[in-house]
Design a protein around this ligand. Structure first.
Ligand code: DX5
Ligand code: ZN
Length: 221
């Protein structure tokens, strides 16, 4: 079985109690903290920045933090997030003029790097930078908001991305983000995903462990 990882999106957490929410979801069995950064420019919503990431580290969070940048421009934000304790920094190819340079800034700082593909963004943007990627993230909703419905076409795209990753020979995680729930996580895994972002499906339930256990049971089938 692949090394599946569940990455709750804190976008759906109670921001007034964020440290406690992250502690609780990690204690419930989550692997990675998915950290959605929105700038009201690249996407029509505004969330959290490096100070909040640093505050989670200060609070004692040692798990991997997967910073999903939905900002434009990208480059000026990278080092601030790395200093704040990001494990991964991922960005959308449309949000930067120079994809290779943005990836290199992340790699030069010793951080893991990833590209994020919107539902209609073709995968060819990754073709010439596979050596710089630690993560490929496919959006299964249009970015900007939690709680949207999974776009079914993502399953075909996941298969295509899985093939590109396998053929590259590089060790790159394939993450899916948006509308992921207990009832579709297995289809995502069968299509090739190994890392699953879920916001409302986890934080929308009172018992985080019960949901994460159900997700793992689906993945183990
Ligand atoms: C959307 C974000 C997602 C979002 C997922 O732009 O990138 O990470 O929080 O939320 P759910 O799981 O509720 O679709
Ligand atoms: Zn996200």
């Amino acid at each position: 079985m692949p090394d599946y990882k569940i990455a709750p999106s804190i976008l759906a957490a109670d921001f007034a109690r964020l440290g406690e929410e992250v502690d609780n979801v990690l204690a419930a069995g989550a692997d990675i903290v998915h950290f959605d950064v929105m700038d009201n420019h690249y996407v029509p919503n505004l969330t959290i920045g490096p100070m909040v990431c640093a505050a989670l580290r200060k609070h004692g969070v040692t798990a991997e933090i997967d910073v999903h940048l939905m900002v434009s421009p990208v480059d000026g934000m990278i080092n601030d997030f790395i200093k704040a304790g990001a494990t991964y920094v991922t960005f959308h190819p449309e949000a930067t003029h120079h994809i290779d340079r943005s990836l290199q800034i992340i790699k030069d700082a010793g951080c893991k790097a990833g590209l994020v593909f919107n539902p209609a963004t073709p995968l060819h943007h990754m073709a010439h930078v596979m050596d710089k990627l630690d993560m490929v993230l496919l959006m299964s909703v249009n970015p900007g908001f939690g709680g949207q419905s999974f776009i079914p076409h993502t399953l075909e795209k996941l298969k295509e991305a899985r093939k590109m990753i396998d053929e590259s020979g590089y060790d790159i995680r394939l993450e899916v983000d948006g509308g992921v729930k207990v009832d579709n996580i297995r289809a995502c895994a069968e299509a090739g995903a190994d890392t699953f972002v879920a916001g409302s499906a986890i934080f929308g339930q009172p018992d985080y462990k019960a949901v994460i256990d159900e997700m793992r049971a689906e993945l183990a089938l």
